[in-house]
Write a protein that binds this ligand. Sequence first.
Ligand code: BV8
Ligand code: ZN
Length: 311
Amino acid sequence: MAVLRKRYLAPAQYRQAQARQGLHGENGFDWGWSFRRGHSKIIAVHTNTVRGMSGSFLREIRPEALRQLRQARKVTVLTGAGMSAESGVPTFRDAQKGLWANYRPEDLATPAAFLARPDFVWRWYESRRRQLQRLQPNAGHQALAAWQLKNPKMTLITQNVDDLHERAGSTGVIHVHGTLNPVKCFDCGASYQLPPCSDEAENAAPDQEAEVPRCSRCKGLLRPGVVWFGEALPAAALHKAEQAATDCDLMLVVGTSGQVYPIASLPGMAHSAQVPVWIINPNASVLDDQASVLVRGTAAQVLPALFDRVS
Ligand code: BV8
Ligand code: ZN
């Protein structure tokens, strides 16, 4: 079989390439084999949205890869913003919509931005917190929570600051970039659990006045409990995440562009430790080279089908 050069073709080109190789698409998936450096990798190209996927596409994944997944007792899962996309949470790469459309998250999620305009940054987080209160975990969150019940040694690491994994039932979630709630004092670090957000918080215009609450201990400004760009990750969370990346039988990487460090290096650490890395993402990412199985599909479609397969 001719070696398929490893590149990402548009679905139509992929189908032609497959037709020549005698492979066929099924159930909305085109499958190709990319042979490189003696090891084969499956690239599952999801050519269109297959609603309510029956999971029959899994027949196309190499039996030994599926066996690895089914036999894995210690699965480490790393999720990124794409995990929450089907719940309605915009990803970092998505352009912001609505009131905040003119602002880039990278420019707002920094200590300098907060110090320069604390009320402005506070309002952005409050609008995200309020939006999140209206949203629900998706079928992908639920599949991971059910999987963890069956497989208690599953470790879930998330870059996301939302609580959708917890609300789906996942436990022991390692939030490497912090969470929207609790918040903390910018000066003394005291932690505060905020009550639910008011409706108007979500619709407050960026330039609308906002009172940033203050610490009852030292009167310092309260700030979101997240890790901003340029800030160190919580040492304990980072250590646990790095350990879980190499001390596992298999790593699932779901919905991350792999652009934010140091967490973007976890799949590479797993790969170097000969841990099979499965990547679930409808789009290509810089992490693809480290995958032994690439599934071009979304979290809410693929994770339930995979969970069905291992149950
Ligand atoms: C630090 C909280 C050092 C805030 C966030 C090398 C080493 C170390 C640091 C750096 C380095 N190079 C650069 C840096 C600096 C920086 C960095 O990585 N910058 C990037 C932009 C180059 N890193 C840092 O600053 C980190 N700190 O290293 O400190 C230090 C040490 C000691 C002392 C002082 C300092 C801190 C990084 C944390 C930043 N905070 N979040 C907030 O939320 O407001 S990161 C933020 O980015 C979110 O957490 C989010 O998760 C993440 C974005 O990444 P993704 O999750 O991948 O999301 P993205 O939108 O990019 O991609 C979504 C993907 O989903 C896409 O691929 C898409 O195709 C896919 N998708 C879409 N829909 C679906 C889907 N997938 C599945 N299903 C779907 N339905
Ligand atoms: Zn304080």
